[in-house]
Ligand binder design. Structure first.
Ligand SMILES: [Mg+2]
Length: 240
C-alpha cells in the first residue's frame, strides 16, 4: 500500500498522442513486449557502470584523473547515444581499449530486479499472454544479466536489437521485428523506460504504451512523462 500511495502521487501522464487506456484492460492485450534495463532491472547498475566504473578503469589504464576521464567519456558517449554502437560492448571495448564485458562482471553484484517484476511475469504467463523481452542490450550484457537474475525462464522469446541490426529508437526496428516475429500491434503492450523507443513503437502502430517513473532507484522519480507511467508493476498486475 505504501508503494501504491507513492506511485499515485508521482504518476503524471497522458500524452494526447497515446491511445493507452489506464488502468489497462488486459483483455485487449495478447503480446507484452518488455524492455530490460530501467524497466525490469534497476538502471542503477548501468548508470553506475558508465558514469563511475568505466571512468575509473579508463583513468587507471590511460594514466589520467577520474575527473578528466569522466569529462572525456561524457563527450565520447554523447556522440553515440541512441545508436546501436551506444549499446555495443565490442564497440566500446575497442574505442576505450578496455574489456567492457569483463568490467561489467566486476560489478555484477549491483544487478538488481525491480520490485514486483517476478510476480508480474508469473501472472502474465498464468494468463497465457505472450511475453517477449525486447532489448537494446548487447548479447554479452544480456547473458550476464540473465545469469544473475534468472529472469530468462519467463519469456517466450528474447530479442536483441543487435540481431535486427537496428536500435529500438528507430521505427524500422518495429517493422523488422514484426516481419521476423509476427504480432498484432493493436493488441500489444510495450513497457519501456525510454521515451524515444515508445515514440518509434507508436509510429509503427503499437497501441498500448507504458513507461517507468523511476528507472534508477537512486534517482528521484520523474515528475513528467510523455506516456502513462508506473512506479512499480503491482500497479498494473492483471487479475487471474
Ligand atoms: Mg531501458
Amino acid at each position: 500500500m505504501k508503494n501504491m500511495r507513492r506511485s499515485r502521487r508521482h504518476r503524471i501522464t497522458i500524452s494526447p498522442m497515446t491511445t493507452t487506456s489506464f488502468p489497462l484492460d488486459w483483455n485487449e492485450i495478447d503480446t507484452v513486449l518488455l524492455d530490460m534495463d530501467g524497466t525490469l532491472l534497476d538502471l542503477y547498475y548501468d548508470n553506475h557502470f558508465w558514469l563511475e566504473h568505466v571512468p575509473q578503469r579508463y583513468a587507471e589504464k590511460h594514466m589520467t584523473s577520474h575527473e578528466q576521464a569522466r569529462a572525456r567519456l561524457t563527450d565520447v558517449f554523447a556522440a553515440q547515444r541512441g545508436s546501436l554502437n551506444w549499446y555495443c560492448v565490442d564497440y566500446w571495448s575497442e574505442q576505450l581499449d578496455l574489456d567492457i564485458g569483463e568490467l561489467k562482471r566486476e560489478i555484477r553484484h549491483l544487478i538488481a530486479v525491480r520490485p514486483y517484476v517476478e510476480e508480474f511475469l508469473q501472472r502474465l504467463r498464468q494468463r497465457s499472454h505472450r511475453v517477449w523481452l525486447v532489448t537494446n542490450a548487447h548479447r554479452k550484457s544480456l547473458t550476464l544479466k540473465m545469469e544473475c537474475t534468472g529472469l530468462e525462464r519467463w519469456f517466450d522469446r528474447i530479442i536483441c536489437s543487435h540481431d535486427l541490426n537496428m536500435p529500438k529508437e528507430q521505427p524500422e526496428f518495429w517493422q523488422r521485428l514484426q516481419k521476423d516475429y509476427p504480432f498484432d500491434p493493436a493488441r500489444t503492450l510495450l513497457i519501456d523506460d525510454t521515451a524515444s523507443v515508445l515514440v518509434a513503437a507508436q509510429q509503427f502502430g503499437v497501441r498500448h504504451l507504458l513507461t517507468l517513473l523511476q528507472p534508477d532507484s537512486r534517482v528521484a522519480p520523474r515528475e513528467r512523462t510523455d506516456y502513462p507511467g508506473i512506479l512499480h508493476f503491482d500497479e498494473i498486475m492483471p487479475s487471474l
